[in-house]
Design a protein around this ligand. Structure first.
Ligand code: SAH
Length: 220
């Protein structure tokens, strides 16, 4: 079962601003109304430091510290829409970051597993999941390059940082027919869907993308 947010103490004044943002996403081609309504309900400003919270409903990526960014709302919507095409139950995210993408997903799928390599970012994200009472998000500090094998296989995998090659270790953690959505490349990246077919996979390019790089190792 997917979850709904506990918005106690968060306030509704920003909801109107989010409705404007979502209208813009619709104009940019986002079609999935479930994704759009979850984005109306999700307070993106709590995923940012106070000094940037007033920019939360601009359709732009914003810094979250440690040289990382919270993804642009358009790309969160687009990736979520692509993930939902196969009606997944168990989803693995690599790159928890602020926790915003995981929180959006948790309202639409059964379980979200998320891995972050930078410990202080992971800790902030965990406190946000707790504040929103999202009990179906499980997150841990590790190098996402090894995935989260103990909880595999996954119906879908989402990478929110860009590797230069398709990580085969992650493809192996997909169920047969499962899909991985990722920004692939370095200077020039493509949002790509990889579908597992037995010991092989199919690859389809969706559109250009711009993400921070997927990096090896962990930061404490
Ligand atoms: N989904 C995030 C986007 C964060 S930006 C959000 O909604 O805010 C990408 C994140 O991927 C960064 O926090 C970065 O530290 C993380 N990352 C990069 N390489 C990684 C790796 N190998 N394993 C886990 N996380 C990684």
């Amino acid at each position: 079962m997917s979850q709904t947010l506990d918005l106690a103490g968060i306030g509704m004044t920003s909801r109107r601003t989010r409705m404007r943002l979502v209208q813009r996403l619709r104009e940019e081609g986002i079609r999935n109304e479930d994704v759009l309504s979850v984005m109306v309900e999700t307070p993106r400003h709590i995923f940012l430091d106070e000094a940037l919270a007033h920019r939360a409903y601009e359709d732009t990526a914003l810094p979250i510290g440690y040289n990382q960014t919270i993804s642009q709302p358009y790309i969160v919507a687009r990736m979520t829409e692509l993930i939902l095409e196969s009606s997944p139950h168990r989803v693995l995210e690599l790159g928890t970051g602020s926790g915003y993408q995981a929180s959006v997903l948790a309202q639409l799928v059964g379980e979200v597993y998320s891995v972050e390599r930078i410990q202080p970012l992971l800790e902030k994200a965990l406190s946000r999941f707790k504040r929103l009472k999202l009990h179906n998000v499980f997150a841990r500090h590790a190098d996402g390059g090894v995935g989260w094998p103990e909880c595999a296989p996954y119906d879908a995998i989402l990478m929110t940082a860009a590797p230069t090659e398709i990580p085969l270790e992650l493809v192996c953690q997909l169920k047969e027919g499962g899909r991985m959505i990722l920004p692939l490349g370095d200077a020039s990246q493509s949002l790509t869907v990889v579908t597992r077919r037995g010991n092989s996979y199919e690859q389809k390019i969706i559109e250009p993308a711009l993400f921070v790089p997927f990096l090896p190792g962990v930061v404490r």
